[in-house]
Ligand binder design. Structure first.
Ligand SMILES: Nc1ncnc2c1ncn2[C@@H]1O[C@H](COP(=O)(O)OP(=O)(O)OP(=O)(O)O)[C@@H](O)[C@H]1O
Ligand SMILES: [Mg+2]
Length: 501
């Protein structure tokens, strides 16, 4: 008989009248790393939230170490050793690392907070994880990877037996991912069981022992990792064969639509120049930290530029704030959808029309054409295959990937001539990625020009007419058509080669 640490039996979950998990059953073995994959909205995060007491199940049983358990709130799960690193981090910005780790489970001596002990324990934990952060550092001063280490410490602070990681690598650089994987292997050796959720199938293949696939709230299959190929994983997720991933590239015209000359933000980016042609997809490549996001922020007026000029359709434009950029017909999808992309307490529709609202009013005060808003909402829902209970649903109730699609719709609704997309497919499942690729392709065919920032080489290679490669805040090379390949991009991204054109 198999020895299971966790058995999930016939779990159903409904939100109001909508059932999103349908009699889901699966087992987790002692000490394994179990991958869970599935399209956006498949129910991965919901299942994990049930296992960690964040959501209540509607029916079904959870059996942990041979005991039926009843989880009513997060501490119930924490106490028996079930912890989670959530998809969207759950840290309080202006508290310290130490305060965050012990939040809600503070250590006390004679009923008083034992600050010294908590600090000491925090230090020990960070040391085990081999990270160099002070327990007194405020969360807002940490990088994405450091925040994640704090989430891991928080999860491991209470003798975890199962650690659930929901999309842990989406904010990490290649190197940080390596460190994380090493840590996971180490924790596994020490007896920890890990549930690992990701859209990056290659990473799942690399780190997991077994993989389970969900689709629309149903269990599809589970396989030992060496008994399933990447293609089979992707196809089980979407339930059909996947067609060609990238559409045929558009041939841009010679007309220059957008021209950046010598853009400089002191200490951040230096002397950035490139031109964008009508109907072109221009990639910005480079390793995380190369300054690609900073370039787009400088263009959008989000960073003070000391030198340089921006021409849109041969006209010099002065952009001091995002509204100036929108007026110059530049649309921007930021990489940080939670921080600046969307408002989770607003509905799908109101997020979509957030920036373009003036175009839904006839300039009289207090009058918005709600029918037109609804029509737009429906259009984008169809376009992106958006899964939401209704267009009036608040964004907080949508899955991570579906929130990203809304964010993209919001950017497009400003009907820009130049579209800057920063990591538009991060956290998005394989088939939705294809939809986004096809959509970008149809936009450039209509004459819109696109700046495309991506950390995924395949995307840059499959989508772009040219790729501007950056390192350390500078442009190190510009690759064109046939010269765009993984090797060339890496050469310039790492600074081995410079000055290509
Ligand atoms: N609090 C909630 N209220 C209503 N519906 C919800 C809520 N949380 C999730 N849902 C719905 O449940 C379904 C599953 O969502 P879930 O977040 O589990 O998906 P996921 O597999 O994690 O997707 P992703 O890969 O996009 O993160 C979605 O249709 C979502 O809209
Ligand atoms: Mg999720």
């Amino acid at each position: 008989m198999e020895n299971y640490i966790l058995k999930v039996e016939n779990i159903c979950k409904s939100f109001s009248t909508v059932e999103v998990l349908h009699s889901l059953s699966f087992n987790v073995r002692y000490g394994e790393i179990l991958g869970i994959i599935g399209e956006n909205g498949a129910g991965k995060s919901t299942m994990m939230k049930i296992l960690t007491g964040i959501y209540l199940k509607s029916s079904g049983d959870i059996i942990f170490e041979e005991q039926k358990i009843d989880l009513k709130k997060p501490v119930d799960a924490k106490k028996i050793g079930l912890s989670i690193i959530p998809q969207e981090f759950n840290l309080i910005k202006d508290l310290t690392v130490c305060d965050n780790i012990f939040l809600g489970s503070e250590l006390r001596k004679n009923r008083l907070l034992d600050k010294e002990l908590m600090k000491k324990k925090t230090k020990e934990m960070l040391k085990v994880l081999e990270v160099d952060i002070s327990p007194d550092e405020k969360i807002e001063n940490l990088s994405g990877a450091e925040k994640q280490m704090v989430e891991i410490s928080k999860a491991l602070a209470f003798k975890s037996k199962i650690l659930i990681m929901d999309e842990p690598t989406s904010v990490l650089t290649i190197n940080e991912i390596k460190i994380l994987f090493r840590l996971m292997k180490k924790l596994q050796k020490e007896g920890l069981t890990i549930i690992y959720i990701s859209h990056k199938l290659k990473e799942v293949k690399e780190i997991c022992d077994r993989v389970m696939i969900l689709r629309d709230g149903y269990f599809v299959t589970e396989k030992k990792i060496d008994e399933i190929t990447l293609e089979q994983m992707a196809e089980s997720m979407v339930g059909r064969e996947l067609s060609q991933v990238f559409p045929k590239k558009n041939k841009p015209s010679d007309e220059i639509i957008f021209d950046v000359k010598g853009l400089t933000v002191p200490g951040v980016i230096e002397n950035i120049s490139f031109a964008l042609r009508k109907g072109e997809v221009l990639g910005l490549g480079g390793l995380v930290g190369a300054g690609r996001t900073e370039v787009s922020e400088a263009i959008m007026g989000l960073r003070p530029v000391s030198e340089g000029e921006i021409m849109v359709k041969n006209r010099l434009v002065s952009i001091k704030k995002p509204a100036d950029a929108i007026k110059a017909e530049i649309g921007y999808l930021s990489e940080d959808r939670q921080g600046s992309g969307i408002i989770t307490s607003f509905s799908v529709i109101h997020n979509i029309t957030l920036v373009s609202l003036p175009s839904y009013s006839n300039n009289t005060v207090n009058w918005i054409d709600q029918n037109a808003e609804l029509e737009s909402g429906k259009k984008y829902q169809k376009l992106f295959n958006l899964k939401a209970p209704s267009l009036k649903t608040h964004l907080e109730f949508l899955s991570g990937g579906n929130q990203q699609k809304v964010s993209m719709a919001k950017t497009l609704d400003t009907k820009p001539d130049v579209l800057i997309l920063d990591e538009p497919t991060r956290g998005i499942d394989v088939s939705s990625k294809q939809e986004i690729y096809r959509f970008i392709n149809s936009l450039v065919r209509e004459g819109i020009s696109c700046i495309f920032i991506s950390s995924e080489m395949e995307e840059l290679i499959g989508m772009c007419n040219r790729v501007v490669v950056m390192q350390d805040g500078k442009v190190t090379g510009i690759l064109e058509d046939k010269d765009i390949n993984e090797e060339e991009i890496m050469f310039y991204a790492t600074g081995i080669r410079e000055g290509g054109n």
